[in-house]
Design a protein around this ligand. Structure first.
Ligand SMILES: [Zn+2]
Length: 337
């Protein structure tokens, strides 16, 4: 059993983009436009067609079984419009994921986008998480630490602002993957720097705040191999050591923080498996996603991450089994209930 904990619906039919464009047009006319949810006319056949030559084919080609599936991250666009914009858009995106999990229950299980909106409370996100878990059987969510889209104007993750959402995560026993959306700050490339920078930034915010101490049962997945975290583990250990009232880094984070394997070369995976305990690593490839090409050095897709894990000498067979499925079942209790 191989569970890919990080997949996005990047191949949605054009109607989804048309809906977003209509929202943006209404906002251009009136930035405070509340609009209404409206409808999205996408048939089951369109959903099947959008997946069969793409994510489903990749699963089959690469021998993975189940993808933990969420809406397209770069399209979350939490900075766009107002809380109504974000709420309607998010509800539609999550409902498409739910329909896909109903069409292909063996291949996909849902993770929620959240209707975050800068300057507003997390109340709508609490409600949407509850709806997605209780009505749709979703098993987690993608939490954007920077809904401004690359300007980091909001409160950091240790701020009390986020606490009602963390309480709901713990109550429902679902983890959050830390995941920003597209950068609208031209200093940042979305997948090349904003994503990796946000992964590293979120991790550091967990160290400098009391978040992990206040929520001892909370679980976060830091994607893209943890950004710069495993590579700079010694720096983080040293920084935490200098903080009064904090235990050492391993004790502080390893009960709560997990790293995925979206690292697209062998030496990177080798380092991840060497530095981070196997129990804290979850298999993922981010299909269909950030880097779509073939590596001329290997002849295989950069994001065919299963190969790197299988080839690595830095984990035992038993540890690799944990990485491929056992850890996911522990981090996402909804996978087994
Ligand atoms: Zn992603």
């Amino acid at each position: 059993m191989i569970i890919d904990c990080h997949g996005h619906y990047t191949t949605a039919p054009d109607e989804l983009g048309d809906y977003r464009q209509a929202q943006e047009k209404a906002l251009a006319d009136d930035p405070r436009a509340e609009g209404n949810k409206g409808s999205l006319n996408i048939s089951d056949d369109q959903l099947r067609e959008s997946l069969e030559g793409n994510q489903l084919k990749m699963q089959s080609d690469r021998g993975t079984d189940l993808t933990v599936f969420s809406p397209r991250a770069s399209w979350m666009g939490h900075h766009i419009g107002n809380e109504h914009t974000s709420r309607y858009w998010t509800e539609h995106c999550n409902e498409l994921i739910y329909r896909i999990t109903e069409l292909y229950p063996d291949n996909f299980i849902g993770v929620a986008q959240l209707p975050q909106s800068p300057g507003t409370s997390m109340d709508n996100s609490v409600a949407e998480l509850e709806r997605c878990v209780s009505e749709f059987g979703f098993i987690g969510c993608n939490l954007n630490p920077d809904p401004s889209g690359g300007f980091w104007t909001g409160p950091e993750l240790g701020d009390r602002y986020w606490y009602p959402f963390y309480e709901k995560m713990c109550e429902l026993d679902v983890p959050a993957m830390i995941h920003v959306s597209a950068a609208c700050n031209p200093n940042f490339h979305t997948t090349g720097s904003h994503y990796l920078g946000a992964d590293t930034t979120a991790f550091m915010q967990m160290l400098t705040s009391d978040l992990l101490l206040d929520f001892p049962d909370i679980k976060f997945i830091i994607p893209h191999g943890g950004g710069a975290v495993p590579y700079h583990w010694g720096r983080f250990r040293g920084l935490v050591q200098a903080m009064p009232d904090k235990p050492e880094l391993e004790e502080l984070v390893l009960g709560n923080v997990y790293f995925d394997t979206c690292v697209y070369h062998q030496p990177g995976i080798d380092l991840l498996l060497d530095v981070i305990p196997a129990e804290n690593i979850l298999f993922a490839s981010e299909l269909l996603g950030a880097v779509r090409g073939i590596d001329p050095n290997t002849g295989h897709h950069f994001d065919d991450t299963r190969r790197y894990i299988e080839a690595s000498g830095n984990a035992t067979a038993a540890e690799k089994e944990l990485i491929f499925s056992g850890n996911a079942e522990r981090v996402y209790p909804g996978l087994t209930t």
